[in-house]
Design a protein around this ligand. Sequence first.
Ligand code: ZN
Length: 357
Amino acid sequence: MENPLTPEVLADPVALTRALVDIESVSLNEKAIADCVEEVLRAVPHLSTYRHGNTVMARTDLGRGSRVVLAGHLDTVPLNNNFPSTMRGDLMYGCGTSDMKSGVAFALHLAVTLAEPRHDVTYFFYEAEEIESRYNGLTLVSAAHPEWLQADFALLLEPTHGVVEAGCQGTMRATVVTTGVRAHSARSWHGVNAVHAAGDVLRRLAEYQARRVTIDGCEYREGMNAVRIHGGVAGNVVPDRCEIEVNYRFAPDRTPAEAEAHLREVLAGYELAVTDCAPGALPGLDAAPAREFLATVGAAPIGKLGWTDVARFAALGIPALNFGPGDPNLAHHPDEHVEIGKIREGAAILHRWLANV
Ligand SMILES: [Zn+2]
């Protein structure tokens, strides 16, 4: 395949977004796009380029006093009759337009065109963000080459619709089990119905008043929801077991242990097992490169509600923010699209921030 990421395409963040969208890269199928990105970066004299699996890292080594990370994932959620891209007026439609090839285009455009950024920059184009954490390119890199992640500040180019979203909420999944006694439904009084018992769990979740909390001027809004329910034996049996999967999104002032304690308090009296958890990240607005970046954007940050890889950097003690042109409400949506104006605006902001030596 000819590499569609030609010099003319790389020079224009809009054309570059479209070219990236048109290389299919559903999670675990990132080889083709990673090959194209790697080939482009290896040809750039001011970058050293490395690859681990289908994650490509390129960095400047100009001896600046500080280093920033610009990171974007190459994968998308499964296609949904939205590939390849199409244009409608000022909007580009297609899988990955918002989440997050428009953000990837920012990083790749800057990597190629900005030979002398004011901070040394490490660019990450990584695989498998949209699926389980064990496949995530940054998880793999943090195990194999932790030194690649070292920086003073990280910017994740996830969709934020052109505003800065700070930190992120944590997420925890747990399974709550209700139990009963099986019986023939013709003589149901001999049994105890576990599906009926789930009603009390669902009522507690429905009535739960989720907390809102403001940290460093950013509001986070929690949520605790039943996301799946499973129970029943047969059409004539009183069921003896029901499982309710609960997803708790918690503000970054709670640790995972505190979040679990709160979940257990809300669902006290029930058997509960935590199956998955990712901690949140505090806003991290104090680092000098972060303050500088916020000044360039010129608008106050807001809290990030979804979980993103900023939490991974926060866990390493590296302050991190989210900033990208896509609308987060359209991520994973069949009508996913990005506004051309937001791509141009965002690319100009990043350029002003990093080119201003
Ligand atoms: Zn994303």
